[in-house]
Write a protein that binds this ligand. Structure first.
Ligand code: 5GP
Ligand code: MN
Length: 344
């Protein structure tokens, strides 16, 4: 049995909304990850099974290593099919917002969602959820939105509709948002849910392999280069910074997702407490950061890089040159060093 977590009133409201709707749209965040895709496809699978028409919309393409998930090929990608996506959102009679806390996280899809008349339901685990929804199921203490979706489905008495395909989607989100159960993963309920998903017939070892053993030779070389040549360790700060320019990325035939876990690597050094990665995009610098313990990288991203996120995993954007972004990083980090506690 899972500990009771969700507010009964919200479940009641959601149940009522589901009774009266036929056309459902599920939206998730830009650069969708395993949790965004897993939670969306998992929820879509069950809603389909109870007879609803469901479309999943993402602002841009899901990464290649998630395309094996059941339903991934039917996702409507806004950057490719914007008019179709806008029509779906306009015509929907219920809209879900999964794995994001603010409309700015869904980029241009946000305008369509904001102007849609359908009721909106958030299921999310990011801090500081904003107020664009009618039903807000927000639990930052839960490690993944996929796990929250599982809980919501159980409380709606839809557990029997979770089949092997839905279970695979939910498991993928739980696995990727905890780094294969290596952080945010001490909640005993996590393993209760995994046990239930295994009973639905998933092959967790195969899912792991499909998600994580998906390197290309170029990708391996790019990551090797980044660590060997472009990782600066600030021993006094107990932090590291990795930077990659457009030219460097191009020389390794960079494809989206190729640097997915790079920012985590410096944290495998016990002495290091935080890690930043700056990747040059066409018109801005994408910032990605990770930390251990109480060091709040989301605060640094909020204060200086137009972003935010979780305490230990955050990101943002810098509008300027790579050199300026590095200078900004080096200039502001000393202001936060007092927040480093012993993280071992
Ligand atoms: P990643 O480093 O994997 O791209 O992002 C890690 C986390 O940081 C995401 O789950 C999200 O919560 C947050 N994040 C990443 N980029 C941004 C951004 O541009 N703005 C905000 N507000 N959060 C971001
Ligand atoms: Mn998530």
């Amino acid at each position: 049995m899972l500990n009771r977590l969700l507010d009964e009133n919200k479940i009641k409201e959601l149940r009522k909304l589901l009774e009266t709707c036929d056309n459902i749209v599920i939206t998730s965040h830009i650069a969708p990850d395993g949790d965004a895709i897993g939670s969306s496809l998992g929820l879509a699978g069950v809603l389909n099974a109870i007879g609803k028409t469901v479309k999943v919309i993402t602002p841009d393409m899901p990464p290649r290593n998630l395309m094996f998930l059941p339903g991934a090929k039917e996702i409507v990608v806004y950057s490719k099919y914007s008019e179709f996506a806008e029509k779906l959102i306009h015509d929907a009679d219920l809209i879900f917002a999964l794995d994001y806390n603010d409309l700015k996280r869904i980029d241009k899809v946000g305008d369509a969602v904001a102007s849609a008349t359908a009721p909106k339901v958030m299921i999310d685990h990011h801090l500081m959820p904003s107020d664009f929804v009618d039903v807000k199921i927000s639990h930052p203490e839960v490690s993944s939105t996929s796990m929250l979706v599982f809980r919501v489905l159980c409380r709606l008495e839809l557990f029997p509709y979770i089949d092997k395909n839905v279970a695979a989607c939910i498991f993928t989100g739980m696995m990727t948002d905890t780094g294969n159960f290596s952080y945010n993963s001490n909640d005993p309920d996590l393993y209760v849910v995994i046990s239930e998903l295994l009973k639905k017939g998933i092959n967790k070892d195969a899912i792991y392999s499909k998600v994580y053993n998906s390197n290309t030779a170029d990708r391996l070389r790019l990551n090797g280069y980044a660590i060997a040549q472009k990782m600066k360790v600030y021993e006094n700060y107990r932090g590291a910074l990795i930077t990659l320019t457009r030219d460097e990325l191009n020389s390794f035939h960079y494809q989206k997702g190729d640097t997915e876990s790079l920012v985590n690597m410096p944290l495998s050094v016990p002495e290091l407490v935080f890690s930043f990665f700056l990747r040059e995009e066409n018109d801005y610098i994408k910032v990605s950061s990770r930390s251990k313990g109480n060091f709040p990288v989301n605060k640094i991203c909020e204060d200086h890089f137009n972003g935010g996120g979780h305490k230990n995993a955050a990101g943002g954007e810098f509008f300027g040159s790579m050199d300026d972004a590095i200078a900004r990083f080096e200039q502001v980090i000393p202001d936060y060093l007092h927040l480093i506690e012993d993280c071992k």
